[in-house]
Ligand binder design. Structure first.
Ligand code: 5GP
Length: 207
């Protein structure tokens, strides 16, 4: 990026099964200077997942040691596994001038807000409870019990939508990616993001 500014921090949250990971992966593919953060988790890798690609897969002990020394910008216990975002990775990416998307749950979004870190938070909403349930049943080998648990958590999560700056209803993939990209581009054009670059332009007008 010319005239390097610090990157913008975006948060995307959605109930499990709302399709946020696919959405954000697409978004990052089609949007230059936008990166998706790689979380740490104590959850075992699923078939097809790669360490250092999908997540940094670490032991619960190592995760707890990282919590103890304050290495996480935010972290949460989600369905009995620990997930967290490295504070140092976040700073490095934002300092490099790239914008960054954290795909984190509602608890994690609250922690980032509590830290007073500037961010733009987007809630990805499934079109209905029924559709979310169909997606959960369709995609996974989750047991009935796990599906029930995910739906119960989803009920609490959707109730938190008002804590976010934007909402995208994920009905179909491609239009939803477009709407997300629209938000990113609009935020990039805001005065607070443009100030440095614009001040440089204004100086070229000074005699
Ligand atoms: P999954 O195990 O299906 O990959 O993710 C389960 C949940 O953990 C998702 O709702 C996802 O948003 C959340 N999650 C993934 N990474 C993080 C993280 O770094 N922090 C927080 N707070 N939640 C995360």
């Amino acid at each position: 990026m010319s005239n390097r500014r610090r990157g913008l921090l975006f948060i995307v949250s959605a109930p499990s099964g709302a399709g946020k990971t696919t959405l954000v992966e697409r978004l990052v593919e089609v949007t230059p200077h936008l990166r998706m953060s790689r979380s740490y988790t104590s959850r075992p890798a699923r078939v097809g997942e790669c360490d250092g690609v999908d997540y940094h897969f670490i032991t619960r002990e190592r995760f707890e040691a990282m919590v103890a020394v304050g290495e996480f910008l935010e972290w949460a216990d989600v369905f009995g596994n620990l997930y967290g975002t490295s504070a140092a990775d976040t700073e490095r990416i934002l300092d490099s001038g790239s914008d960054l998307v954290l795909v984190i749950d509602v608890q994690g979004a609250r922690q980032v807000r509590r830290r007073g870190m500037e961010n733009v938070a987007i809630f990805v909403m499934p079109p209905s409870a029924e559709i979310l349930e169909q997606r959960l049943r369709g995609r996974s080998k989750d047991s009935e019990d796990q599906i029930r648990r995910r739906l119960a958590v989803a009920r609490q999560e959707v109730a938190a939508f008002a804590e976010y700056d934007y909402v995208v209803v994920n009905d179909e993939l491609s239009p939803s990616v477009d709407r997300l990209q629209g938000i990113i581009l609009a935020e990039r054009a805001r005065l607070r993001a443009m100030r440095g670059e614009v001040e440089t332009i204004v100086r070229t007008f000074e005699g």
